[in-house]
Design a protein around this ligand. Sequence first.
Ligand code: MG
Length: 282
Amino acid sequence: MFAERFLRRLPVVLGLIVGMQDSLRAADEKPASKPVASEKSEGKSAKPAAKPEAKPAVKKPAKVSREYVSGKKWDEPKIVTPGAAGAPPSDAIVLFDGENLAKEFSGGDGWIVSDGAVTVGGKGGVESRRKFGSCQLHIEWATPKEVKGEGQGRGNSGVYLMGMYEVQILDSYDNKTYFDGQAASIYKQRPPLVNACRKPGEWQTYDIIFTAPVFEADGKLKSPAAVTVLHNGVLVQNHFELEGGTFYDRPPAYSKHAEKLPFSLQNHGNPTRFRNIWIREL
Ligand code: MG
């Protein structure tokens, strides 16, 4: 009799148990309902019946978003439109666009402009008509496709920053020479970090960031020249501080000179080609 009555009420008992479990679970989950407050602040649906408690429950994000501010006042970086691959940016001075060498360079008798490039020839190098100090210089060059000579006699030229600090140009593709005289070396001062030379005849790029040296009034060196070079996009000189001018027949040395000077391209008797030369003053 009792058993029969119990079995009849069993569903009710079970229902009560389940109900109790639900309530307990809801109680457990209560703290998790706090984020609803933050959802509210994000404009998400909030129950209108929510208690308008003024408890500052959303203090946590304030701690996270405490930001370091240096306090230094910077000028807004100027907007510059980068050039398409290989093309100059909007604020560059184009020194050679493949057509007119004489406009921006003096010398070069015997240098031949054709097909958007200039080939070293005749005697003597070329010198920029404008003077530069610290700068970013982009220059594209190609050593002769027909390989002649060896060592320093193959595709030799050079970029002489301020007319006296040479970033070497040479066909260093399968062509051994002294390391501090191969392509992308700072001549007789520092070999490149790696040899990133392309094959003879192929166009190569130099992106040179040059910091001009500074001299005291009495001629003493205040801060040396420094150069960073990317050869075909590969870092080969990383802010190398020069020991002075780069010379063939004597050790590097500084001697006081003007803040700005022309840069030059060397004629070493090899028909190296140049194109797409542009510069940004720094
Ligand atoms: Mg040279």
